[in-house]
Design a protein around this ligand. Structure first.
Ligand SMILES: [Zn+2]
Length: 329
């Protein structure tokens, strides 16, 4: 045994508080809470039954008829809310089906609201699932026309608000969309909040989502409107602009590769900060776990803890239901 007198006196001993499980739990700085998770769901007008998504194990496209029970399941798990994406039965050049009050998103919102009145329902607002070309706005001379896209986004946001969304979340990255949507909602007396995808990067981690939502661009890419992954300061400018335009909360997407942006947004702005752990982050952990290279539960919870530690108040994650179960155990 080493006597106290023999120990080096000058060392600062941080290990004392790591000695037992109970001590570590007492001094833990970040605790995950399922109520801060949001589950993304894909509602597909073209399917009559659950259709599993190959590149996102455990995730599926669902018919509108399943929306109510999805919301019930999320509420039973203690998850904070659902984020709804839609796949329409018909696409056109201008993505007009996005604003269809009988489309998959509006239909799902009504069913979810009826089945789970307390659920926080968030509707993604974009055109890419609804356009034949897969871009997030309307095209003119081969590129996305920012200002011509704004009224179409506003129409979609109004349709979702009227169908029962608590929050609309524009993900298109057009300039001026938050102001256009806020104005359209206000004109109709709709008190729906806006969580803007303020810092949405042109990321390679969206690959599996594009399979899921059938929205890959048919030509070119989205670098002309989504942000350059190299730009952190510009992300804060995007956040500031969206706040000025009337956003109630801000989102950073993806989450894991952009923890510095989450932390910087948290430090600078006093509104809630959301982070979207995207399909590629989810698929990477699932793929490694399937090969036995990672422990899924530990790596998923560690990734979610890191996003919360960086400063996210809300985490949108495909792990929402599973992680809620893990956290209860
Ligand atoms: Zn889009």
């Amino acid at each position: 045994m080493v006597l106290a007198a023999e120990r080096t006196p000058a060392i600062r001993r941080t290990r004392r508080l790591r000695r037992t499980t109970a001590l570590r739990s007492l001094v833990r700085e970040t605790r995950l809470d399922p109520r801060s998770f949001v589950l993304p769901v894909f509602i597909d007008a073209n399917t009559a039954a659950e259709a599993p998504i190959a590149s996102m194990p455990g995730q599926s496209r669902w018919p509108v008829s399943a929306a109510g029970s999805l919301a019930e399941r999320a509420m039973e798990a203690g998850v904070g809310g659902l984020l709804v994406f839609g796949l329409p039965d018909e696409k056109d050049d201008e993505g007009r089906a996005a604003a269809d009050p009988l489309g998959p998103v509006a239909g799902a919102l009504r069913a979810m609201r009826a089945a789970a009145p307390e659920a926080v329902l968030i509707a993604d607002v974009c055109l890419c699932e609804y356009t034949t070309h897969g871009h997030c706005g309307v095209l003119r001379n081969g590129s996305v026309d920012n200002d011509a896209t704004l009224p179409l986004l506003a129409d979609a946001a109004v349709a979702y608000a009227e169908a029962g969304a608590d929050i609309v979340a524009p993900s298109d990255m057009m300039d001026g969309r938050v102001a256009a949507i806020r104005r359209a909602l206000d004109e109709r007396g709709l008190d729906t909040a806006i969580v803007s995808y303020a810092a949405k990067f042109a990321s390679s981690f969206y690959g599996p989502f594009r399979d899921a939502a059938d929205c890959a661009p048919q030509f070119g890419d989205r670098a002309g409107y989504q942000m350059d992954p190299a730009n952190g300061r510009e992300a804060l400018l995007e956040c500031a602009i969206d706040l000025e335009e009337g956003a109630d909360a801000l989102m950073v997407k993806p989450a894991g590769p952009y923890l510095d942006v989450i932390a910087a947004a948290r430090a600078r702005f006093d509104v809630p900060i959301a982070a979207y752990q995207v399909s590629g982050e989810y698929a990477a952990l699932q793929a490694a776990a399937a090969r036995g290279w990672l422990d899924l539960r530990r790596s998923a919870l560690e990734s979610l803890t890191s996003i919360a530690r960086a400063g996210a108040d809300i985490t949108i994650t495909y792990f929402a239901l599973e992680a809620a179960t893990w956290l209860r155990e």
